[in-house]
Design a protein around this ligand. Structure first.
Ligand SMILES: C[S@@+](CC[C@H](N)C(=O)[O-])C[C@H]1O[C@@H](n2cnc3c(N)ncnc32)[C@H](O)[C@@H]1O
Length: 224
């Protein structure tokens, strides 16, 4: 097993605000730091994350993703479509210890990384790693009926909605982490896509972070 602590690139210390999402008292802080080591070490070495991301791992990646927990309410299961190195699914699972997470990812190299990380963090039982594309019928058979899908940096909002609507249960929500492009991507939704969905909202999560997370919430029909 790779030792991520032997990372080639030094991971910065977490900022004080990290305690809000990854407190040290109950072990979530240690899990988050270990995951940060994985991203900065094997994640960079295996080409899943750029070396220039390492100095801003906490603010731009772990915390930015964990902040979306404020939108989950009492939901106990999410699907992360296009998980890549595990973002946003793994930080959300660390922040919300009761959450079960399906990580959907088509590329074997990334699937292998996810499996290595989950084994090392000893959280395998709360996760399923599903190799495939969101639009594959085989993926739908496994994760369909999801109450919440999360996705970051996977595709345009219009395409993401088309891929993920069939995976959502009635009234389910797609939470698309979109950054500065949130409003323009909502404006660019095609009329065909708009007709298929219930509601679209843009919200800001983690207002105490240096860069709050802009999330587009797309509610499937049957929701509000
Ligand atoms: C730019 S990466 C982002 C990874 C991660 N979400 C993040 O924010 O760091 C996009 C990921 O989406 C995956 N992907 C692309 N098309 C997909 C599809 N149709 N279904 C599921 N995943 C897909 C890619 O393999 C890749 O891992």
């Amino acid at each position: 097993m790779t030792d991520p602590a032997r990372a080639a690139l030094a991971v910065p210390a977490p900022p004080p605000v990290a305690q809000r999402y990854f407190p040290d008292e109950d072990g979530r802080g240690a899990l988050a730091r270990r995951y940060a080591d994985w991203l900065a070490g094997p994640g960079v070495q295996r080409g899943l994350i750029g070396p220039r991301e390492v100095p801003r791992l906490w603010e731009r990646h772990l915390l930015n993703c964990a902040a979306v927990a404020e939108l989950l309410g009492s939901i106990d299961r999410i699907v992360d479509v296009g998980a890549g190195a595990g973002l946003p699914g793994i930080p959300l699972a660390i922040t919300c210890p009761a959450l079960r997470v399906d990580l959907v990812e088509p590329l074997q190299r990334r699937v292998g990384f996810l499996e290595d990380v989950l084994a090392d963090l000893s959280v395998v039982g709360r996760f399923r790693v599903i190799r495939g594309r969101a639009e594959d019928p085989a993926v739908r058979a496994v994760v369909g009926g999801a109450p919440v899908i999360v996705a970051r940096a996977v595709a345009s909002l219009d395409r993401l909605v088309r891929w993920t609507l069939p995976l959502l249960g009635s009234g389910g929500r797609l939470l698309a982490l979109k950054g500065d492009r949130a409003a323009s991507e909502v404006a660019a939704l095609s009329s065909a896509t708009r007709r298929r969905i219930g509601a679209v909202d843009v919200v800001s999560c983690g207002r105490e972070l240096t860069v709050p997370t802009q999330v587009v919430i797309v509610t499937s029909r049957g929701g509000r």
